[in-house]
Write a protein that binds this ligand. Structure first.
Ligand code: ATP
Length: 341
């Protein structure tokens, strides 16, 4: 049995099925993200595990113990919210020590554990400061330290980085992953940010309208999205129409003439000279992303997005005629959506 197991977990709010029959097995030391659009049931799932929301159906098993109806405190899980919820009148070290004081941990051990965890999150030089004297990223580290100091079996993170600006967010993604690896703690994170889920997790659980629609390692999720919704939600995707020939091979065709839905990632399309490749087009617009150029190309199959790495050479101008090419094994056949998002 896995370290943490959700079995047919469900939550109803009156007429609303917030979470429906969710099964998930998380191994010890694994970092798993719950990813999905607003209202899909991510937070409700996390809150049921934390014990803040009553379970309507199913079970939660942690390390062989059924904790479905246990009191939140007796579960002893570490929880970090997007709002940090630090005590403003307490110093960094007192914020971190709080959970240990509540548990009546002896003073010498308390001091040693607080010092150790402050070092882990690299806040040891700021132990005496108050939350108002810290940056957003530093406050987030205090919240993380406070959750980790009690040495919980599982760390639950609810959109922990959503209050941070883009650069800091990226830096903190690396930090959270480093800390999680160093401690080896089993972690479940809620996020609606697909790039965050892909970059930080061992596995990603995609949720849609209260249901789990795909569970995979980030690379597989990106390369083999199961449904139309997932292909568009996780990364950018060109949606094309396809037809199977007699031998089962799939070919791209004009909209309305095919019988399968296809996805082709923008970076999988190569731009060639006019007259070359599988399809002809014209650059209709371009966007500079620094390390990449993103081109929108008008073609007989519709407007396609193409991403090209910036190798330092000048970009293609709008209006340029181009050929588009791709390896046919990079086309992904998608299923229709089983649930409406
Ligand atoms: P977000 O990213 O916006 O936080 P989420 O995926 O975390 O969304 P949840 O907060 O889990 O979604 O909500 C799932 C569904 O349950 C939504 O339809 C929401 O309106 C509903 N819901 C959540 N909490 C309650 C509540 N206390 N009472 C009634 N309905 C609720």
């Amino acid at each position: 049995m896995a370290f943490m197991q959700l079995e047919g977990l469900g939550k109803r709010y009156g007429e609303i099925d917030a979470v429906v029959a969710t099964d998930l097995a998380v191994e010890q030391g694994e970092f798993v993200s719950l990813l999905g659009p607003s209202g899909c049931g991510k937070t409700t799932t996390l809150q049921m595990i934390a014990g803040f929301v009553d379970v309507t159906s199913g079970r939660i098993i942690l390390d062989g113990r059924d904790i479905t109806h246990a009191k939140p405190a007796s579960r002893g899980l570490g929880v970090v919210f997007q709002s940090y919820a630090l005590f403003p009148h307490m110093s960094v070290q007192d914020n971190v020590a709080f959970g240990l004081r509540m548990r009546k941990v002896p003073k010498a051990e308390l001091q040693q554990r607080v010092a150790q965890v402050l070092k882990l999150v690299r806040l040891d030089p700021h132990a005496e400061r108050y939350p108002r004297e810290l940056s957003g990223g530093q406050r987030q580290r205090v919240a993380l330290a406070r959750a980790l100091v009690i040495q919980p079996p599982v760390l639950l993170l609810d959109e922990p980085l959503s209050n941070l600006d883009a650069n800091l967010r990226e830096e903190m993604q690396f930090e959270i992953r480093r800390i999680q690896r160093e401690v080896g703690i089993t972690t479940l994170m809620v996020t609606h940010d697909q790039s965050e889920a892909l970059s930080i997790s061992d596995r990603v659980v995609v949720m849609q309208a209260g249901r789990v629609t795909q569970i995979d390692v980030p690379y597989t999720l990106y390369e083999h999205p199961r449904t139309e919704f997932i292909s568009g939600f996780v990364g950018k995707a060109n949606r094309l129409c396809g037809r199977r020939d007699g031998s089962g091979e799939v070919h791209v065709c004009a909209a309305g003439e095919g019988d399968v839905s296809l996805s082709l990632r923008p970076e999988k399309i190569t731009l060639r000279g006019a007259g070359e490749g599988r399809l002809q087009g014209q650059i209709s617009s371009r966007f500079f992303l620094g390390s990449q150029w993103l081109y929108s190309v008008s073609t007989a199959l519709g407007e396609l997005t193409v991403v090209r790495g910036n190798d330092g050479s000048p970009p293609l101008n709008e209006g340029t005629a181009v050929g588009l090419d791709w390896a046919s094994d990079l086309l992904r056949v998608l299923r229709g959506d089983e649930v409406s998002a």
